[in-house]
Design a protein around this ligand. Structure first.
Ligand SMILES: [Zn+2]
Length: 255
């Protein structure tokens, strides 16, 4: 019987965007790594720190393979990042569930990114009280892309769509997500409630007059109301600043 330690090592080439996850000794690419037992390519790559949801394509000896490909030793493995922008409506062969529209779920540390995505009109849930398992289950059940800075959270096997946000600065985070998922052409700014993620509908001033500060009622005549939490919005003093941010994030700012 062959001892597991006698399996031939594998040679691994990892695309630059995915080297972010690697421990420093692995930065010499391609790396030759021992294979201690026969295992799936998914298990092996995740043991290096790369979450399966970030992988665009896997190859073994130049042949495209799925997550369940069983390594036998001696292969040359290529781990490729997805081509950007990712079209979530088109199923990838490793992420077979297409999303009818880009929908997101942000973990507790991404409150400002949540706010920015809602400002652009994207359906973005935010949870600050869920454990990792519940977050992953919710993302799958509600067909959302799980956004987090916790790389271990993305290794939960049930997850299909997820991404480890690289930047820590919120302004760079929203640009990162817009770029990754090609959101500029899909954005519908100012169409969603920043507080609860509900949709905004135009509402007549008379219908909400009693809920408005007196000066607001006097100076504004364009109002929107959240269909879920009933919060009222109008293009007040913050609007121009927010709109400048929106245009900037979408790459449409004036020179
Ligand atoms: Zn609301």
């Amino acid at each position: 019987m062959t001892k597991s330690s006698q399996l031939a090592p594998v040679t691994v080439h990892i695309d630059v965007p995915l080297r972010f996850f690697l421990a420093s000794p692995l930065h010499r690419i391609p790396a030759t790594l021992p294979l201690r037992s026969r295992r799936s390519i998914k298990d092996f790559i995740e043991s290096l720190g790369i979450p399966h949801v970030e992988i665009g394509e896997l190859r073994a000896d130049s042949r495209r393979v799925g997550f369940d490909y069983l390594l036998r030793g001696g292969e040359r493995i290529e781990v490729r990042a997805p081509e950007l922008p990712i079209d979530l409506a088109r199923p990838g062969y490793l992420q077979p569930l297409p999303l009818s529209e880009p929908r997101f779920l942000c973990d507790v540390h991404l409150g400002k990114l949540t706010h920015a995505l809602r400002l652009l009109g994207f359906d973005t849930a935010y949870r600050n009280h869920m454990d990792d398992r519940a977050l992953a289950d919710t993302a799958v059940h509600e067909q959302r892309v799980l956004l987090t800075r916790d790389r271990f959270l993305l290794r939960r096997s049930s997850l299909i769509h997820g991404y480890c946000v690289r930047h820590t600065d919120p302004d760079k985070q929203i640009r990162e997500i817009v770029h990754r998922y090609g959101l500029a052409r899909l954005a519908r700014p100012f169409s969603r409630c920043l507080v609860c993620n509900g949709l905004l509908h135009s509402v007549d001033r008379q219908a909400i007059l009693e809920h408005l500060p007196p000066k607001t009622a006097m100076y504004f005549d364009e109002f929107y109301q959240c269909q879920s939490c009933r919060k009222i919005y109008w293009p007040g003093s913050h609007y121009e600043k927010l709109d400048a941010s929106v245009q900037d994030w979408l790459g449409k700012s004036k020179p």
